[in-house]
Design a protein around this ligand. Structure first.
Ligand code: SAM
Length: 264
């Protein structure tokens, strides 16, 4: 997570995004501080790609999609600018700074009818009915919330929020899953909840600002001893996974996904 190179004088202006003909690489200028809101362009772009491929291309035109943890909104904005999807994504974001930035970007791109970001806790908000729940969830493992960005903590093994999302009964859950956040038990939990792994994409990422924080990294090292974290040197794997209720899925690739996520 997190690319230090974004801390350049160039990226210090909030989102210097051109209004016409944006391409994802051009609009990936983000906020000045990763200590205030989540910033990791590589990870967010991967999430955006998974969202596009696994969800938006398969949705009905006027469908609602629910998002946990919108952050600054750029992954969804990028995906909406690329696809034909004409429905509405309802995002929930607890961090008010991130939410403010997301809403200003949404307005700038005239996407106000296709992406709504609410500054509330996902779990306590009322939400419209939807077939798809999407998220790049908080997945940092740490013993407590006293880390750079407490809202990125996914419990003691990193998988707590992901499991909660998998327990809500959505037909389809598209979530990122990290190889250092107890991937095997997370996938097994999804199976227990009646899901199949319908599709996935995997990318290698370098440990970054958030995951290299000593308190977090020490927890990851301990999880590795318990075979709950898998990485090699400074590299871990991040999967974008479409979990689909068993009756809807054409295939179950859970064994293949586990094999890959435990390979480092
Ligand atoms: C890993 S970040 C992903 C942000 C964005 N989707 C992206 O990929 O760039 C996870 C986000 O979840 C938000 N979050 C954490 N707990 C939340 C909750 N209970 N309700 C809503 N958002 C929450 C965090 O503030 C953070 O912005």
């Amino acid at each position: 997570m997190f690319d230090q190179s974004i801390f350049t004088t160039q990226s210090n202006s909030l989102y210097a995004i051109p209004k016409t003909a944006p391409s994802p690489s051009k609009i990936a200028k983000r906020s000045p501080s990763g200590k205030e809101i989540f910033i990791c362009p590589e990870e967010s772009n991967f999430y955006s790609q998974c969202l596009d491929t696994f969800v938006l291309q398969n949705c009905l035109e006027d469908e609602a999609v629910i998002e946990f943890g919108s952050g600054d909104g750029l992954p969804v904005i990028h995906a909406l600018l690329r696809t034909e999807f004409l429905g509405c994504i309802h995002g929930y974001e607890l961090n008010s700074s991130a939410c403010k930035i997301a809403n200003s970007k949404i307005a700038e791109y005239g996407l106000g009818e296709r992406y709504l970001v609410h500054n509330t806790c996902f779990f306590t908000s009322s939400k419209p009915a939807a077939r798809y729940l999407v998220s790049n969830p908080p997945y940092l493992p740490a013993v407590d919330d006293d880390i750079y960005l407490p809202l990125l903590r996914g419990g003691s093994d990193g998988s707590t929020i992901t499991r909660k999302l998998l327990s809500l009964g959505y037909d389809n859950v598209m979530s990122l899953v990290s190889s250092y956040s107890n991937p095997v038990d997370t996938i097994d939990y999804a199976i227990e909840q009646g899901y199949s792994v319908a599709k996935f994409l995997v990318t290698p990422l370098e440990f970054g600002y958030y995951s290299s924080e000593p308190k977090v990294k020490n927890t990851i090292d301990k999880l590795r001893d318990q075979k709950k974290a898998f990485y090699s040197g400074n590299i871990y794997l991040l999967a974008g996974v479409l979990f689909q209720k068993r009756s809807l899925a054409a295939a179950n690739l859970s064994d293949e996904l586990i094999q890959i996520m435990t390979s480092l």
